[in-house]
Design a protein. Structure first.
Length: 156
């Protein structure tokens, strides 16, 4: 039996999804991301999703922090019954802590369906890394040691 007609793209912008439909076809199993990053760092977010449907299922994920939508690759996966798939996204760390919200979706043959708000919504908190302390000062003396003899080196 050939697979159903695949979707043309992932669900796109998620908007206000937390209040929409509840389903039971996918489960976000894990979100793998660093716990902290410096401002400007490229942060990788990997999302692992399980197909809870007894048949093959197209699955996709979307994500967002603040007003920034995250894109994931691949756009969607055709997953075997009870199989898992993985999606990867990237973003540049802003100059503040962020909470990355992740939603999973399934394809019903004609449109993307939002899968519930419980098992299929998750998030990851990423803290802004504290920059290392900058040491300021003046070098006032250097020493050179050779064959157990020490001597001062002038500093100008």
């Amino acid at each position: 039996t050939p697979p159903p007609v695949p979707p043309v793209a992932n669900p796109g912008s998620i908007g206000q999804l937390a209040e929409v439909a509840v389903g039971a076809y996918t489960e976000i199993r894990d979100i793998i991301a660093v716990s902290e990053a410096a401002a400007g760092d490229l942060v990788t977010v990997e999302v692992k999703v399980k197909n809870l449907h007894t048949g093959y299922n197209y699955i996709s994920v979307t994500g967002q922090f603040d007003d920034t939508a995250l894109s994931f690759s691949p756009e969607y996966e055709y997953v075997i019954p009870w199989g898992e798939c993985s999606f990867t996204g990237f973003f540049n760390m802003p100059n503040k802590d962020v909470r990355v919200h992740i939603w999973s979706w399934y394809w019903d043959g004609s449109q993307w369906q939002i899968v519930g708000v419980g098992d299929d919504y998750s998030y990851a908190d990423i803290a802004l890394a504290v920059p290392p302390e900058v040491y300021a000062g003046t070098i006032s003396r250097k020493e050179l040691e050779y064959d157990s003899k020490r001597s001062a080196i002038p500093v100008y």
